[in-house]
Design a protein around this ligand. Structure first.
Ligand SMILES: Cc1cc2nc3c(=O)[nH]c(=O)nc-3n(C[C@H](O)[C@H](O)[C@H](O)COP(=O)(O)OP(=O)(O)OC[C@H]3O[C@@H](n4cnc5c(N)ncnc54)[C@H](O)[C@@H]3O)c2cc1C
Length: 347
């Protein structure tokens, strides 16, 4: 085997793993606070998706309270990422042959959507990525953080990103590239649900001791491009009940929103993973749900051109890193990571 290349390292004030809404919001807030204090602090965000937003699948109907605080002028900006305010919010209980609108029942606040927005969380995340870059955050999509780096007292001091050429047995192959160590005074893990490094940290530092176990679900989503006749801007609907049995948690979501002026419907289905029937397939339950006459209320009917151009959100997206960073320091990081990435340059 060829000689193993040496691993370089770079230091930052804050290293953030995961360029989702949480990681990018934290990066933005950190930069805002640093600027208020007159400090120029360095922040890097490492994102394993080929571009920011590539791994973000959510619906989304969203309470904008956090965004109002983070970027107070977002509602008046032309490039704002959420434009469709919720106009009608329905909660429906489905049975095999019928449906009951239970929206009139008193619901907890987190289940009420008036005042919320609907749209694409991937678009919102891309927008947050651009806002972070404007503030000087170094955003690197296309690189997974794959290892933790500890100091001699056992505290986390960084991560390793951009490792390539490891075999299925975990051993380096001939084309092995060691990636880079990104070291931070603070390291923030914003990997979303079941992050691979977060799992190691939870286990090493017993972070789940005395806590309830995590509960997981699988969510599937499609985005439909629909004719205006089948579109009701701002309509939000959730269902529970059929096709799931009464021992299985979950249900459907359906949001009507515009993107670049075009009408879209996001439709999805969530199944909680504590179901008792081992034969349940969340994907098939989603397909069954779509055949319920009342589950998908489309004014012109389901056959009127809705199912064409449905986009399933399950596959991998192309790798095309979009870091645009000024300065020699950024050049070094970009070079260090990219020279180690044989797949760069693919569309
Ligand atoms: C189908 C579905 C529908 C949903 N609908 C709604 C909704 O309508 N409204 C709502 O408010 N919420 C909704 N959610 C929940 C919402 O998506 C999450 O709460 C939100 O995305 C969490 O943000 P996050 O930044 O913590 O994690 P994530 O959005 O999961 O982002 C984590 C990011 O970190 C990256 N990452 C992970 N590990 C690494 C690593 N080791 N190295 C580099 N990068 C890494 C991932 O690629 C990802 O981009 C939905 C979720 C799903 C799945």
């Amino acid at each position: 085997m060829a000689e193993t290349p040496e691993r370089e390292s770079m230091e930052f004030d804050l290293v953030i793993v995961g360029g989702g809404p949480a990681g990018l919001s934290a990066a933005i807030r950190f930069k805002q606070l640093a600027s208020e204090a007159g400090e120029d602090l360095s922040v890097v965000v490492i994102e394993k998706g080929g571009e920011i937003g590539a791994h973000i699948l959510s619906g989304v109907v969203m309470d904008p309270v956090g965004l109002d605080q983070l970027i107070p002028d977002w509602r008046t900006r032309d490039d704002r990422p959420l434009k469709t305010e919720v106009t009608d919010d329905k909660f429906i209980f489905l049975g095999p042959g019928g449906a009951a609108d239970i929206s009139w029942l008193p619901m907890p606040d987190f289940m009420k959507n008036h005042g919320n927005f609907t749209g694409s969380l991937a678009n919102l995340t891309r927008w947050l990525g651009a806002e972070a870059e404007k503030l000087g955050v170094e955003v690197f999509p296309g690189f997974a953080a794959s290892e933790l780096v500890y100091d001699d007292k056992g505290a986390v001091k960084g991560i390793v990103a951009g490792v390539m050429g490891t075999g299925a047995d975990g051993q380096p192959k001939d084309d092995y590239q060691p990636g880079m160590e990104l070291l931070g005074k603070y390291v923030l893990f914003a990997e979303g649900a079941r992050g691979s490094l977060s799992k190691q940290l939870i286990s090493k530092f017993n972070l789940d001791e005395g806590r309830d176990p995590q509960k997981y679900g699988i969510g599937l989503k499609e985005v439909w491009s629909v004719p205006e006749a089948n579109f009701k801007e701002g309509y939000v609907q959730h269902t529970m009940g059929w096709p799931l049995d009464n021992k299985t948690g979950g249900g459907s979501f359906l949001y009507h929103f515009r993107d670049n002026g075009e009408p879209f419907i996001t439709v999805g289905f969530v199944v909680h993973l504590n179901y008792a029937n081992p034969y349940i397939s969340p994907y098939d339950e989603f397909q069954r749900f779509k055949h319920h006459e009342l589950g998908l209320p489309l004014p012109q009917g389901r056959q009127a051109g809705c199912l064409w151009r449905a986009r399933h959100h399950r596959g991998r997206l192309p790798v095309c890193p979009q870091a645009r960073l000024p300065g020699r320091r950024a050049d070094r990081l970009r070079r260090g990571l990219r020279q180690r990435a044989p797949h760069q340059g693919q569309p």
